[in-house]
Design a protein around this ligand. Sequence first.
Ligand code: MEV
Length: 438
Amino acid sequence: MITPISGFSKLGKEEKITWLSKTYLKDSPQAEAVLRQYWNINVQLQQLHEEFTENTLSNFYLPFGIAPNFLINGELYAIPMAIEESSVIAAASKAAKYWFTRGGFKVQVLNTVKIGQIHFLYSGDHKKLERFFNACKPVLIDSVSNITRNMKERGGGILNIELRDKTDLMEGYFQLHCSFETKDSMGANFINSCLEKFSETFKAEAIKYDEFTSEEKELEIIMSILSNYVPDCIVRAEVSCPVADLADEKHKDPDVFAEKFLTALKIAEIEPYRAVTHNKGIMNGIDAVVLATGNDFRAVEAGIHAYASKDGQYTSLTHATVKDGIFKLWMEIPLALGTVGGLTNLHPLVKVALQILQKPTAKKLMEIVAVAGLAQNFAAVKSLVTTGIQQGHMKMHLMNILNQQNATPQEKEKLIHYFKHHTVTHSSVMEQLELLRG
Ligand code: MEV
């Protein structure tokens, strides 16, 4: 008989590992040792990490690197990235250097509105609900004054609350659609706290509202939660230069390159299979910076992909043109980020990442993250329409293959030298390793 474990979260870390090992790892001392191997010797630091979440057994490392030479609105940045995929940081660095000599990245935050909604059911008279909402709106805002005080001092707070009739989509379905300005914080906790207080007040005020019948007083709150769709929290990033300047030592004919690049972008605009991969390349840059700066990459992913299908079909996030001899590549994306609150004040590496970025405001971080995405897209499409991506990718992947084969430092040195002039494939690396090992 299968019995679930109860009280697991109450067990100590060692007890959890013992249970796990017995239940799923065939009592493997090796697996247990690996879990322990990743504990930080600094006990306080280890405890800090364990307390970020529940049932922590170990730490999960990702490489933390930087891509230097990013010229963004005339300022020079080294961008921290946390990512495991070979060649992403190399590609970002290459794109940064390429655009450094071509005017750099121009970027602008267009707006910073965040959204939260209270979803509720009401089956009475619509006009009456509207009258109730208008009377109740100042009471709602007043009810969260404790929560909004600090945010208001920082220039943020509640921007608006709208009653939205969604009964064409579902019988009785209405929303309080609330917009917020959360300044340097991502705002999830602030928004959700406001929403939960709004819904409590809304419900209480409905019961007191004389115009409502007893049935109407029973409007039913289904849920109150922020939206990770932030189409009014947009940043625009762009690179441009004369087509003639696109040439570099590898790609001598700039007109051919520009034309192929534009066609590749057009394909990503019209073909969802390509658009998803195209945008995944953009997310390589975005997620890496979002993660390194302690932000919520799942929220960012969800919001950006929703935005990519806002017109009814999933499409490319980047666009390119050539007009009057000027090549331009740009992207507008929604980004809800914070540089205060959450992990930003807690995780020591996140703090260093933000220091590297000169302690940016949330707006500045939006700009930097968007640039990392655009750079990644430029690098990926440039490779795709010229050499193909495997050349660069496999060069970076060589180390992974060598590590999988437990190559010694001497073997690594020899093979890295050999593959400077030969194409890396899994079988060619294995062949050379076997040759070396006789
Ligand atoms: C790989 O991680 C990302 C790319 O596939 C992006 C693209 O195809 O544009 C290279």
